[in-house]
Ligand binder design. Structure first.
Ligand code: NAP
Length: 241
């Protein structure tokens, strides 16, 4: 049984990924920051479906929490993480001319620095076991840009670039590193966005479902994706192309 860590695995896209990886036979570590009730619901649903999982709350933007809690879990259980999904992310939109230091820093810390802290923590185990799947959830906003999201686009674009470099560092150890770039997906994050007016811009004429992103993440985590690395797969209803 492979151990899979899903950051932000308690709501939205991360929840769908946690459920899909459990369905695929993984032992899922469901990470989240503060909403314990939603995380419990995901754990219960996995167990009801016959899967196995546990909750592992920590703040992905805190280097020390990542080291103490995630590092501590691996040490205590004498286990490695085989599959890492860097999914936790936030927005703090504003036009750049009005953007505060706090809006910039919290998005960069949560979306970008977290990639460094969490991935570094699990890499040694993957190198030793000569297996790993690292999947980073980025965004259409990091590929084509979006007004009001200079901070968010910067954080997601950085992860796509880092993915290419890391894939070159660890390929020989049979570790693949890829990104999935969603467009508009129905979650709490997009609750305030009017689907009716935006869907005209989307060739498939609708927002996506979280499970439509999760199925691509599941594929990248599977044996079938063993020769794909350094890649970004868009899941955006055709909006980018
Ligand atoms: P969401 O519904 O707002 O869920 C966010 C998840 O991340 C929650 O589980 C939350 O935990 C967790 N989280 C946030 N900050 C965290 C932190 N510092 N440490 C640990 N966990 C943290 O978001 P979503 O829409 O599913 O988005 C998931 C990912 O997809 C993000 O990276 C986002 O940028 C990306 N994305 C989303 C869309 C979209 O249309 N929805 C489009 C493109 C890309 P708590 O509940 O405890 O806060």
């Amino acid at each position: 049984m492979k151990n899979a860590l899903v950051t932000g695995g308690s709501r939205g896209i991360g929840k769908a990924i946690s459920l899909a990886l459990a369905q695929q036979g993984c032992y899922v570590l469901i990470n989240y920051r503060s909403n314990h009730a939603e995380a419990e619901k995901v754990l219960d649903e996995i167990k009801e479906n016959g899967g196995s999982a546990e909750l592992l709350p920590f703040d992905v933007s805190s280097s020390s929490q990542v080291n103490e809690i995630l590092g501590g879990w691996m040490q205590k259980n004498e286990k490695y993480i085989d599959i890492l999904v860097n999914n936790a992310g936030i927005t703090a939109d504003n036009l750049m001319v009005f953007m505060s230091d706090d809006e910039w820093n919290k998005v960069i810390n949560t979306n970008q620095n977290s990639f460094f802290y969490v991935t570094r923590e699990v890499l040694e185990g993957m190198v030793v076991s000569k297996f790993g799947r690292i999947i980073n959830v980025v965004s259409l906003s990091g590929q084509k840009g979006h007004p009001g999201q200079v901070n968010y686009s910067a954080s997601k674009g950085a992860i796509m670039a880092a993915t290419k470099s890391l894939s070159m560092e660890v390929g020989k150890k049979k570790i693949t590193v890829n990104c999935v770039a969603p467009g508009f997906i129905k979650t709490d994050m997009t609750e305030q966005i009017d689907e009716k007016s935006w869907k005209k811009m989307i060739p498939l004429n609708r927002f996506g479902e979280a499970k439509e992103v999760a199925s691509v993440v599941s594929f990248l985590a599977s044996d079938g994706a063993s020769y794909i690395t350094g890649e970004t797969i868009a899941v955006n209803g055709g909006m980018y192309s």
